[in-house]
Design a protein. Structure first.
Length: 237
């Protein structure tokens, strides 16, 4: 059952993880709004997928459609100006000398959560839902559970408003994430994620694989593909 009459704001990029979190929030809360960020990402095609995902969810899950509220798309274009990364520039994806892949955008998730909290403050929402995960990730420090807990404290203190940050995927891998999708909405929701979401870092939607669209070579595609195969063979249940 939804959490009384409380609402939530979901960080929704158009990718698999955030779409799963959107479904999780729709299953949990009486009212759900979404927020996306245009930060000059190389895979900006994900932003175009957002409306397709919500439209498909509305068609297949009318009870959820009634709870789905306003969408907020925020321009954070300055992120591309201050960060020289493979997520915002057409360069080869590789590991850096610091042990982090050059897909890491310094401060990105911190900015996302701060901006989301400011919007949530204005909208009267205290629950914020994100897809950050410490199990299947590339070592990004702003995806760690400790970072999220620290952000919850900082946002609550800095805005003098109690915020609760929910990360449904924090301790599960990609196979378990696919299984969570199935538990939330059955085969219909899995099909929506396969057909409508976008996770490929390159932004390639020309090839449809068994696990969805993507180049098939970047770290995001490889993680999604291996997770789907383990889920399909029963390892994520």
């Amino acid at each position: 059952m939804p959490k009384a009459e409380e609402g939530a704001l979901v960080l929704f990029s158009g990718g698999q993880d955030s779409a799963t979190c959107l479904a999780w929030a729709l299953d949990q809360f009486a009212r759900v709004e979404t927020i996306g960020f245009d930060y000059g990402q190389r895979h900006a095609v994900e932003l175009a997928c957002r409306s397709n995902v919500t439209r498909a969810i509305g068609e297949k899950f009318p009870a959820w459609a009634e709870r789905l509220g306003e969408d907020h798309l925020i321009d954070l274009g300055f992120v591309a100006e201050i960060g020289d990364t493979a997520m915002t520039r057409d360069v080869e994806i590789q590991m850096g000398e610091d042990g982090l892949p050059n897909t890491f955008v310094p401060g990105r998730n911190l900015l996302f959560l701060t901006t989301a909290a400011a919007v949530a403050y204005r909208r009267g929402l205290r629950h914020i839902v994100g897809g950050m995960c410490e199990t299947d990730y590339s070592g990004y420090p702003d995806c760690r559970d400790d970072t999220i807990k620290a952000m919850q404290v900082a946002l609550t203190l800095g805005m003098d408003r109690r915020f609760v940050l929910h990360m449904p995927l924090m301790w599960i891998d990609k196979a378990e994430s696919w299984a969570l999708t199935e538990r939330l909405g059955g085969a219909a929701l899995v099909d929506i994620l396969l057909e409508e979401t976008h996770t490929c870092y390159i932004g390639d939607r020309t090839t449809r694989h068994s696990w969805g669209y993507g180049c098939g070579q970047c770290p995001a595609c490889q993680l999604r593909a291996s997770g789907y195969e383990r889920y399909r063979t029963g390892e994520g249940t």
